[in-house]
Write a protein that binds this ligand. Sequence first.
Ligand code: GLY
Length: 391
Amino acid sequence: MGSGSGGTYMNRVKAREASGVIVVGAGLIGLACAWELAGTGAKVTVVEREEPGCGATRVAAGMLAPIGELDFGEPELLELNLRSRRLYPDFVATLEAATGLDTGYRHTGALHVALDRDEAGELRRIMELQHSYGLDPKWLGPMAARELEAGISPSLAGAVLVEEDAVVDPRALTAALRAGLEDRGVRIVTGEVTGLVRDPAGKVTGTETTRGRFDADLVVAAPGAFAGIANWLPDEIRPPVRPVKGQTVELRGDVDEPVCERILGSERVYIAPRPDGRVILGATSEEMGFDTRVTGGGVHELLREAYRLLPDVAEMEFVGAIAGLRPGTPDNLPLIGPTAIEGLILATGHYRNGILLAPLTAKAVGELAVGGEPEWLLASSPARFEHQEAR
Ligand code: GLY
């Protein structure tokens, strides 16, 4: 893994003028990249085939929980996640100051609850893993946990408090980014990319789209779960991204008496609070191809498990349920970096961490676009999956 047998990706993007960038895809990743690039003075056009933020972004709960979501030993992913979480406060503060819009970012912390002895054993294992990475989650007995969150099930066996975790509202963040991009002169075009335009040396000079040709020095491909079937990406660099379906449920409660203060999680569900009293319950994880149907079974599972964890959800208004597609990769690491095609950067494959990794991805793409070589990005290099003939 790492930089892959294609050598380091460094030097594969040459320093270029900060102008003429096309970002393909207006999910949170594409929008955040466009925001960063436009902030450096680049002339940015975003091409999106549907409504911006209408894919996985719209469905996501917005947990910024690199520690709480750490289940297995994935040190490279953890490092990226922690880096990005550190960027979040500044990222949203800059955006909120520029637009006057609330992104729903709140540093709430998270409480992971074990509902029986078996779950307590598993939660202790995860906490030990977290400690082995130098992190500092705290074990709480049932009484201490219920002092923090009075509504959680009285029959809990223990809990882990992660004070660093935070939450953002991905839809509010999308709205703020759209407003910010407009201020920075970024055009969002509704259309589909049909091909890359390249010069005789193979360097990218633009894209063909259903809305005509757009010239550019640099193309940033952020097609999310569709990356693996994006035919406009040449075979040799098209990444092995697969869709992983997730369903979430939205419930509305009283803003003055929120059912919980922080992110709550159990083995089978998480509950992310919104500043206006709503909560998002998430999420199923299903290998179902491009199926985005909301199912009775999915909704039932989320409601049942949320009720076990926080019985007060039974009193909340059911707003709706939706499904989206996470862009999964074979090693669960994202694909952020240059490709073997000069002038083409990938920013996809964020799997369960797209919302969390948005500021880091944007920062990385901003640095790459001007010839930077961020060492910390090596683990996510697309070169690890490129076919031999691409090099
Ligand atoms: N990050 C949570 C999820 O993908 O379900």
